[in-house]
Design a protein around this ligand. Structure first.
Ligand code: NAD
Ligand code: ZN
Length: 346
């Protein structure tokens, strides 16, 4: 498709990004062009915007930012079979190589040669975007466009909560950023009976209650382990989902789990974290699960079932919406932290 489009560009290796007009990109044989209908900001986009250490090591400007998306297919490559023109789609973010050990054993989400959409190649903060056929996910047309875009972080939440077998269980969620907030709704949908959220930000504690949490605490003011003791008794929680990456939350989240319990770790600490393996993990016989990305595509089936069947309500977590050209307003909110998911509309 020939023509011009607007896009948010990380133009230079420095703080910030620009909104500018560029050519609509060409597609390859195994790619799809979509008209972007909804996109959402992820923490990764914010890190690219502020040009932190990780971004400096991984991003090669100029590049279009963004990876959470929903839109309509307007053109397909000659070898594409998965979708056709007019389909309503989203996209997985991990681009697997297809030939490493993990890819060959059904674990594409942890491919050894992984490329990341919107990190290693142009993304979706634009009027049109190129998706890889391997990553395209066909949406049910009934799903609201904004929910379709945030299925990607919903997938992170699902893969974090699923290993916890939470039905009928006591659950602790540390960190109520967008992914933690979505995890509250997922834990509820999967049958958790009692959910405690630990989060320093007041705005996000309130949102946690709207997403279905039973209790919230501020770990800066209240000792998390004392709160767990008060709410759940000496037993502790059956499962912790760690969604903050903060070392204190990781340590206390593990300590809060009852013997034989389960901990999922999704949050990414900035540095190495010191743990008491002997007393807090080994002697307690607890299971610790590292979580990354989303399984391709069993997680997407669960995400779309939850959204399509209205088993979770994602509306409280979508707190702001801006036209794409005002993306900087979204980045400012990300900096302040008084937000859930922020939608950008081209
Ligand atoms: P976020 O940074 O918006 O949220 C983290 C939240 O943790 C914030 O609300 C913050 O106030 C809170 N927090 C800080 N210190 C805390 C403490 N001591 N106890 C409890 N909460 C505390 O991030 P997000 O986008 O919601 O993602 C959650 C985490 O998961 C981040 O660390 C992110 O890097 C990571 N992540 C990992 C993957 C993966 O594939 N493993 C994917 C997405 C996100
Ligand atoms: Zn691979």
């Amino acid at each position: 498709m020939k023509g011009k489009m607007h896009a948010v560009f990380k133009e230079k290796p420095e703080y910030g990004a620009v909104y500018k007009e560029v050519e609509i990109p060409d597609i390859g044989e195994e790619q799809v062009l979509i008209k972007v209908e909804s996109t959402s900001i992820c923490g990764t986009d914010y890190h690219i915007y502020i040009w932190n250490k990780w971004a400096q090591e991984n991003i090669k400007p100029p590049q279009i930012m963004g990876h959470e998306v929903a839109g309509e297919v307007v053109e397909v490559g000659s070898r594409v079979e998965k979708v056709k023109k007019g389909d309503f789609v989203s996209s997985e973010t991990h681009i697997p190589c297809g030939h490493c050990y993990q890819c060959q054993t059904g674990q594409q989400h942890i491919c050894q040669n992984m490329k990341i959409f919107g990190v290693h190649q142009d993304g979706v903060f634009a009027e049109y975007a190129v998706l890889e056929e391997v990553d395209v996910w066909k949406n049910d047309p009934s799903i609201p466009k904004d929910f379709a875009s945030i299925q990607e972080p919903l997938g992170n939440a699902i893969d974090t909560i699923l290993p916890g077998n939470v039905a009928g269980k006591d659950v602790l969620i540390t960190g109520a950023g967008p992914v933690g907030l979505i995890s509250v709704a997922v834990a509820r949908a999967f049958g958790a009976t009692n959910i405690l959220v630990s989060e320093p930000n007041e705005y996000r504690r309130k949102l946690s209650l709207e997403m279905g949490a039973d209790h919230v605490i501020n770990p800066i003011e209240t000792n998390l382990l004392t709160a767990v003791d008060d709410i759940f008794g000496e037993k502790g929680v059956d499962f912790t989902a760690e969604m903050s990456g903060h070392p204190d939350a990781i340590r206390d989240g593990i300590k809060a789990v009852t013997g034989g319990g389960i901990v999922s770790l999704l949050g990414l600490p900035d540095d190495k974290v010191k743990l008491d393996l002997t007393n807090d993990i080994i002697f307690k016989n607890i299971k610790v699960v590292g979580v990354t990305g989303r399984k391709m595509f069993s997680t997407w089936h669960i995400a779309s079932n939850l959204v399509k069947g209205e088993r979770i309500d994602l509306s409280p977590v979508i707190t702001h919406e801006f036209p794409l050209k005002d993306f900087e307003k979204g980045m400012k909110l990300m900096e302040e932290g008084n937000c859930g998911k922020i939608i950008l509309k081209p």
